[in-house]
Write a protein that binds this ligand. Structure first.
Ligand code: C2E
Ligand code: MG
Ligand code: MG
Length: 633
C-alpha cells in the first residue's frame, strides 16, 4: 500500500508550507485508501468491470494528477489489447489501442503484456518500441508511458496498468509502488469478472461439446418464440441413431469423441442465425428462426442429415446417422410444447426406419436427390464411379494443342450420368470435393504425364480447384507431393480457380496460393467475368492465365457489349503477360471473331469436346502428324 505521495517533500522540513503540504499529502493518501475500500466494495458487489476499473483509475488520478492512468485488458485467445478504463486519455488513443496485437516492440503496454514485465518508456520520441505510432502519440499529446503487467493468481498476464504523461519523465520509486498496487487491485477485479463469466458460461453450456445445454435451449426458445408471429420458426430434435452401440463396442471415450465431432458439424451445417444446443446424451436441438416455410426447414434438415453421415475422421469409427423431428411453431406455442412436438416427430422418424426427418404433423420426407448424392459422393472415386475426360485447349497462333483441361464425370448407380454442374456444388458443400479433387489431380497427372511421354509432346494440364480445397491447410503441400509422385513437370500444371475463391480468400488460401506460386504451379482464373471481374485480384496474385467465360463468347460476333468486354480482357491479359483462353467456342463465327481480336487460345465444342485419355492420345498423334506434313516456313 502506498503511504506517501510520489514526489512529496520531506516531512521533516517543518516549515508552515511544508506542514500544509504534509497535511495535503495525508489527505491524498486517505482519499486513496478510501478509493481502495470503495473498490473492494464494488468488486464484492460484482459491479461491472468498467465501473470498478474507472473507480481505480480516477482514484489514482486524484492522488497523482501529474500522470494519466489507464487499464488495458489482454484477450489471451487473440493476444490483443482492449481498453479497460482511461477516462482522461484522448478517446482516439484508446480507440487505436483496441485490438492491438501485443509484441516486444508494440509500445509500452504491448511490450509489458507480451513479456509480463514492467515496460518503461521515458520518452516515446526516442524509444524504438514506439516507432510505428510515435507521431500519433505525439498528436495525442503523449510523451511518456510506464506500463505494469497485471497478473492473475496463476501468473498469467490479464492486462496492464499504465501511467502516461505529457512530458518525458522517469518514474520515481513511489510511482512504481503506485503502479504495483493498482495492478494488483485491477488483477483482483479482472480475475473475479473472468471467474463469474466462466460460471455463467458453464451453467448454460455442455462441458463435452461446448454447445448450449438444455437450460440454455429452453431460455433460447422463450426468447425466440415471441418473435415468430409473422415468420415461422422450426424447432428440430436431432437424435443420433445407434450411439449406444458405439458406446458398447468402442467405449465411452470414443463415443464422446464422436459426439464432439458431430456437435461441430451441426454448428457448421446450420445457417448463421440458427441455434444449436445439446439436449442430452445423443440428442441435439436446433432452433431456426427466420425460416420462411417447410421446404426451407426440410432443406436445413437434409443438410444436418448429410453432415452427420459424413465419414468420421480416424479409423474404426462407424458411419453415423440421425433421426430428426421438426415442429414448425408460432408464438402461440410455448417452449416445452415446442420441444414435445419436435421430440414426438423424432420418435416417429425412428419408428419409420431412422436416418430421415419428419414434420410433427406426420409428413414424411423421402430423402431428396441432393441428399442421396451428397452421401454417394463420399468414396465415389474409390468405387469406380468417377472417371476423367480431357478437353483440349488450342493455341491459335501456333495452330496446335497447348494443353488440356481435366473434367470430372460421375456415373451414379441409380441416377446414371450426373452433370458436374449438378454434383460439383453438392461435393463442395459436403466437402466430398476434398477427396475427389485429390483424386482428379493424381489421376490426371499420371494420365497426361504418360500421354506426353508416349506422344513426345508435352501438354499443359489444367485442373479445377474448388475454394474449399484451396482453403485447406496443407493443400499446397499435397499438390507438391502428388506431382512429385507422378513425376509431372510442375511448370506444365495449372490450377483453375474462380475469382470468388481469390476475393474471399482467407489466410490459409493466401498461404496456399503463395506456396503454389513459388512452386511454379500456374494459377489460372476460370470463368472470368462471371464473378466480380475484380481488377485488383489480377494485381494481388501472380496469374498465369485468364479464361473468359463462355457467356461472353456466346454473343460473338454480333453483341457489341460482349465484343468490347472480350477485347478488353484480351488486352488486359496481354498487358499483364498472361495467357488468355476463350471458353465455349461453339461455331466458326465466334472463332473468327476471336481470331480478329488476336485471342491467343480457345476451348470449345467446335474445336474438340471433352474426351477420354485414349481418344486424346489418338488426337495428339493425328495433330503431330499434320504438323509434320505441313511445309516448313
Ligand atoms: P469449367 O471449369 O468452366 O469447365 C468447362 C466447362 O465447359 C465443362 O463443363 C465443359 O464441358 C464445358 N464446355 C466446354 N466447351 C463448351 C462449349 O463449346 N459449349 C458448352 N456449352 N460447354 C462447353 P463440365 O465438364 O460440365 O464442367 C462444369 C464445371 O464443373 C466446370 O466448369 C468446373 O467448374 C466444374 N468441374 C468439372 N470438373 C471438376 C473437377 O475435377 N474439380 C472441380 N473442383 N470442379 C470441376
Ligand atoms: Mg475450368
Ligand atoms: Mg470455365
Amino acid at each position: 500500500m502506498v503511504t506517501q505521495a510520489p514526489g512529496s517533500p520531506d516531512a521533516s522540513r517543518g516549515s508552515a508550507a511544508g506542514l500544509s503540504r504534509a497535511e495535503l499529502d495525508a489527505l491524498r493518501v486517505r482519499e486513496l485508501v478510501a478509493c481502495h475500500i470503495r473498490l473492494h466494495e464494488l468488486i464484492g458487489r460484482d459491479a461491472p468491470l468498467t465501473a470498478v476499473l474507472t473507480e481505480l483509475v480516477e482514484g489514482v488520478e486524484r492522488y497523482e494528477p501529474s500522470v494519466i492512468p489507464c487499464v488495458v485488458l489482454l484477450n489471451r485467445e487473440t493476444n490483443t489489447l482492449h481498453p479497460g478504463a482511461g477516462p482522461s486519455l484522448p478517446p482516439d488513443w484508446l480507440g487505436a489501442l483496441d485490438g492491438l496485437v501485443i509484441g516486444p516492440n508494440i509500445g509500452s503496454c504491448g511490450a509489458a503484456a507480451w513479456s509480463g514485465e514492467l515496460a518503461i518508456s521515458e520518452d516515446m520520441a526516442v524509444d524504438p518500441k514506439w516507432e510505428p505510432v510515435r507521431d500519433f502519440a505525439a498528436a495525442c499529446g503523449l510523451r511518456h508511458c510506464w506500463s505494469m503487467p497485471i497478473a492473475g493468481a496463476d501468473g498469467d498476464v490479464l492486462g496492464t496498468f499504465a501511467l502516461y504523461g505529457r512530458q518525458p519523465r522517469h518514474p520515481s520509486p513511489d510511482h512504481l509502488e503506485l503502479m504495483q498496487d493498482s495492478a494488483r487491485l485491477a488483477g483482483i477485479a479482472i480475475e473475479r469478472r473472468l471467474t463469474m463469466e466462466k460460471l455463467i458460461h458453464d451453467a448454460r453450456h455442455d462441458s463435452l461439446t461446448g454447445l448450449p445445454n438444455r437450460r440454455a435451449i429452453f431460455e433460447e426458445l422463450e426468447t425466440a418464440l415471441p418473435q415468430t408471429s409473422s415468420a415461422a420458426a422450426a424447432v428440430m430434435f436431432v437424435d443420433l441413431d445407434g450411439l449406444k452401440g458405439v458406446n458398447d463396442s468402442l467405449g465411452h471415450d470414443r463415443a464422446d469423441e464422436m459426439i464432439r465431432e458431430i456437435a461441430g458439424r451441426l454448428r457448421t451445417a446450420v445457417r448463421g442465425p440458427d441455434f444449436v444446443g445439446r439436449f442430452g446424451g445423443d440428442e441435439f436441438v436446433i432452433i431456426a428462426t427466420e425460416i420462411a416455410d417447410r421446404p426451407q426447414a426440410a432443406e436445413l434438415a437434409e443438410r444436418v442429415l448429410e453432415a452427420v453421415s459424413r465419414p468420421m475422421p480416424g479409423v474404426g469409427f462407424p458411419a453415423m446417422t440421425a433421426s430428426i423431428g421438426i415442429a414448425m411453431i408460432t408464438q402461440t406455442c410455448d417452449a416445452p410444447e415446442a420441444i414435445r412436438r419436435a421430440d414426438r416427430a423424432m420418435y416417429a422418424t425412428k419408428h419409420a426406419g431412422r436416418d430421415a426427418f419428419q414434420f410433427d404433423d406426420g409428413v414424411i420426407r423421402a430423402q431428396s436427390r441432393r441428399l442421396v448424392m451428397a452421401r454417394a459422393l463420399h468414396g465415389a472415386e474409390m468405387r469406380g464411379e468417377m472417371r476423367l475426360v480431357f478437353q483440349p485447349v488450342f493455341d491459335f497462333r501456333r495452330d496446335n494443342i497447348a494443353g488440356v483441361e481435366a473434367l470430372l464425370r460421375w456415373c451414379h448407380p441409380e441416377f446414371g450420368e450426373v452433370s458436374p454442374a449438378e454434383f460439383i456444388p453438392v461435393a463442395e458443400e459436403s466437402r466430398a470435393i476434398i477427396a475427389l479433387g485429390a483424386w482428379v489431380l493424381r489421376e490426371s497427372c499420371e494420365l497426361i504425364g504418360a500421354l506426353s511421354e508416349q506422344t513426345g509432346q508435352p501438354l499443359e494440364l489444367s485442373v479445377n480447384s474448388s475454394a474449399c480445397e484451396l482453403a485447406r491447410k496443407g493443400y499446397a503441400t499435397s499438390v507438391r507431393q502428388t506431382i512429385a509422385h507422378a513425376r509431372f513437370p510442375v511448370a506444365l500444371l495449372n490450377l483453375e480457380v474462380t475469382e470468388t475463391t481469390l476475393i474471399g480468400s482467407d489466410a490459409a488460401t493466401t498461404r496456399n496460393l503463395q506456396e503454389l506460386e513459388s512452386l511454379g504451379v500456374g494459377i489460372v482464373l476460370d470463368d472470368f467475368g462471371t464473378g466480380y471481374s475484380s481488377l485488383s485480384v489480377l494485381k494481388q496474385h501472380r496469374i498465369r492465365g485468364i479464361k473468359i467465360d463462355r457467356g461472353f463468347i456466346a454473343g460473338l460476333p454480333d453483341d457489341r457489349v460482349n465484343h468490347a468486354i472480350v477485347a478488353g480482357v484480351i488486352g488486359i491479359a496481354r498487358g499483364m503477360g498472361c495467357t488468355v483462353t476463350a471458353e465455349g467456342i461453339e461455331n466458326s463465327c465466334q472463332k473468327d471473331a476471336l481470331h480478329a481480336m488476336d485471342c491467343e487460345r480457345g476451348q470449345g465444342f467446335l474445336l474438340a469436346r471433352p474426351m477420354t485419355s485414349k481418344a486424346l492420345t489418338v488426337l495428339i498423334h493425328e495433330a503431330g502428324a499434320k504438323q509434320q506434313a505441313r511445309p516448313a516456313g
